[in-house]
Design a protein around this ligand. Structure first.
Ligand code: NAD
Ligand code: UDP
Ligand code: UDP
Length: 311
């Protein structure tokens, strides 16, 4: 049994991670400021005495004892990370410094939830970990992209300078139950629109692509990375290489939900990446991991979840 700290543990991915680590018999301390996360996401776990939930903002120092730290705190969808962009950068940068300082003092192993956004609007396709990315430093997505890039820099400097035991995963678009119904992400938007009979809003011409990973596969990889061999800091891509256009995604969701919603086209937000697909060869060879859930099966689970939430 380990004592494990999860920052952002009340969010979408964090709540699934909390559930898995409790199931494995660990003690879990969730630290969250509830900006986008909710206690509701953890409601089914609160009776477990091995779970502790603390309201705290990671931009402030935190003194607790722990064996492992999963650093997930950060709003992940454009509407949320653009709501207070300065706080978003602070969360990634000051949050990383504080959690790295905590790891240094306790000698805990620490994993950073980085993102495919570090590749920006990529010129290399699919993206391997060696690609340095193409990110606008002064655009409306920069608070998220550059904040996450700087967090990676801090992780690797603490690794080189203080011999910290770090792990960095670059997460590609992930979906599943407990996504926020109104966080503006494409999977939640399309499903909610389809279930409510509203127009399906495709931004741009719908030919941009994304690769969608089901949450259970993602969490499985994250835990495998945390427990991987010492001396392997990553970064490692985790995602599902199946690549779809937004038009294909809309049509699949319409079919699976039996909805009669119409597709409408709206302007493309600025700096919106045209294509994105992970190269997961490193995860396959180092972690012995690859995703198991295909898009249709994962969407069926997610649609069933949203039907309950919206009922
Ligand atoms: P989420 O918004 O559901 O979860 C983020 C959590 O962090 C929330 O519970 C929020 O309240 C908390 N938080 C935000 N700022 C905080 C602060 N300053 N102090 C303490 N807590 C704070 O998002 P998610 O989809 O679960 O993402 C979790 C992590 O994974 C994020 O770091 C995100 O960047 C990363 N990620 C997610 C995806 C994805 O597709 N979901 C893709 C790439 C990377
Ligand atoms: N810190 C923390 N918890 C700890 C230890 C450190 O939150 O248990 C924070 C503290 O705010 C510090 C930061 O982590 O400023 C970086 O710590 P480090 O030891 O690297 O540097 P310091 O600033 O203490 O020299
Ligand atoms: N998108 C869309 N309609 C929506 C929401 C998003 O067409 O209602 C598009 C968005 O422009 C982007 C893609 O879907 O090209 C994925 O958007 P999301 O915000 O989910 O993820 P990210 O852009 O961060 O990968």
């Amino acid at each position: 049994m380990k004592k494990i700290l999860i920052t952002g543990g009340a969010g979408f991915l964090g709540s699934h991670l909390t559930e898995k680590l409790l199931k494995e018999g660990n003690e879990v301390l969730v630290v969250d400021n509830f900006f986008t996360g909710t206690k509701q996401n953890l409601a089914h776990l609160l009776s477990d005495p091995k779970l502790e939930v603390m309201r705290h903002d990671v931009t402030f120092p935190l003194y607790v004892e722990t064996h492992q730290i999963y650093n997930l705190a950060c709003p992940a969808s454009p509407v949320h990370y653009q709501y207070d962009p300065v706080q978003t950068t602070k969360t990634s940068v000051h949050g990383a410094i504080n959690m790295l300082g905590l790891a240094k003092r306790t000698r805990a192993r620490i994993l950073q939830a980085s993102t495919s956004e570090v590749y920006g609007d990529p010129e290399v396709h699919p993206q391997p970990e060696e690609y340095w990315g193409r990110v606008n430093p002064i655009g409306i997505r920069s608070c998220y992209d550059e904040g996450k890039r700087c967090a990676e820099t801090l992780f690797f400097d603490y690794y080189r300078q203080h011999q910290l035991d770090i792990k960095v995963v670059r997460i590609f678009n992930t979906y599943g139950p407990r996504m926020h119904p109104n966080d503006g992400r494409v999977v939640s938007n399309f499903i909610v629109q389809a279930l409510q009979g509203k127009d399906i809003t495709i931004y741009g011409d719908g030919q941009q692509t994304r690769s969608f990973c089901y949450v259970d596969d993602l969490i499985d990889a994250m835990v495998k990375m945390m427990n991987s061999e010492a001396g392997f800091p990553g970064p490692v891509n985790i995602g599902n290489p199946g690549e779809f256009t937004m038009l294909q995604l809309a049509e699949t969701i319409l079919k699976l939900s039996g909805s009669k919603s119409k597709i409408v086209y709206e302007p493309l937000p600025s700096d919106d990446p045209k294509q994105r697909q992970p190269n997961i060869e490193l995860a396959k060879s180092k972690l012995g991991w690859q995703p198991k859930v295909n898009l249709e099966d994962g969407l069926k689970e997610t649609i069933a979840y949203f039907k309950k939430v919206l009922a």
